[in-house]
Design a protein around this ligand. Structure first.
Ligand code: C5P
Length: 233
């Protein structure tokens, strides 16, 4: 079965990234590269991952006018990311422009939309002039983004069940905020175990510190696979 774990390569340099990937070995085949690493190490970190036969989730969360986003998407397609994030709050035309840029290039990259950042609460919604609850806003943006051509969403595991029920089986739901049974939660406030997140409808789990911060990173990743295999997910 294809692994559902994406390890967040939240490290500051290309050398740290290469070392983490070497240490983890075949226990992880999919990595998320975010702004910190991409801006420090540049595209060469993606080439390193490709060279190691790994899949890439490029988490740059584009948010700009549609034309600029389409051009940015076109630029990063050269690195062959499997998943690429944009902000749903850029609205329909921006999501559409990103999805069309992928289609026009004949690329396999899947666009994931971020709805409401999990760092935002109801007070932020009010400040931003959003009268819906956070939950309603997540659902509304999710439906809009998928309707506009996003292949899936980044969402909290606590939102996965509702989104899966509302959107059906097709969209990918990629969930951070996952903690293996017994692991520290760090600054994540609302977490689920890997098994709970998959049961709730998640397609992939983004896991950072429980793997990268472990004394034996490879063993930590393997233990998460085993925790999931034990309950058949
Ligand atoms: O270390 P941890 O497992 O919390 O890492 C989760 C990863 O997912 C980090 O790269 C973090 O930036 C990202 N993320 C998140 N919550 C979101 C969106 C992204 O934790 N809502």
């Amino acid at each position: 079965m294809e692994s559902k774990i994406i390890a967040a390569l939240d490290v500051p340099t290309a050398a740290d990234a290469a070392q983490a990937v070497r240490e983890i070995g075949d226990a992880v085949s999919f990595y998320k590269v975010g702004l910190e690493l991409f801006l420090a190490a540049g595209p060469q970190v993606l080439e390193m991952l490709r060279g190691e036969g790994k899949k890439i989730f490029l988490d740059l969360k584009f948010h700009d006018i549609p034309r600029t986003v389409a051009h940015a998407v076109r630029s990063v397609l050269a690195y062959g990311p499997d998943l690429l994030t944009i902000h749903a709050s850029g609205s329909t035309a921006m999501v559409k422009a990103a999805a069309e840029a992928v289609q026009e290039a004949g690329a396999q990259t899947k666009i994931l939309a971020v709805t409401v950042l999990t760092s935002l609460d109801q007070g932020d919604m009010t400040l931003l002039g959003v009268t819906r609850s956070v939950e309603e806003q997540v659902l509304a943006l999710a439906q809009m983004a998928v309707g506009a051509g996003a292949a899936g969403l980044v969402c909290s595991p606590l939102e996965a069940g509702k989104l899966r029920a509302a959107l059906g089986p097709a969209p990918l739901l990629v969930t951070p905020g996952v903690r293996p049974a017994g692991a520290g939660v760090g600054d994540q406030k609302r977490v689920m175990t890997p098994a709970e997140a998959i049961r709730a409808g998640a397609s992939y789990l983004v896991i950072g510190r429980p793997i990268l911060g472990a004394p034996d990173r490879r063993a930590a990743a393997q233990a998460i696979h085993e925790e999931m295999a034990a309950i058949g997910v």
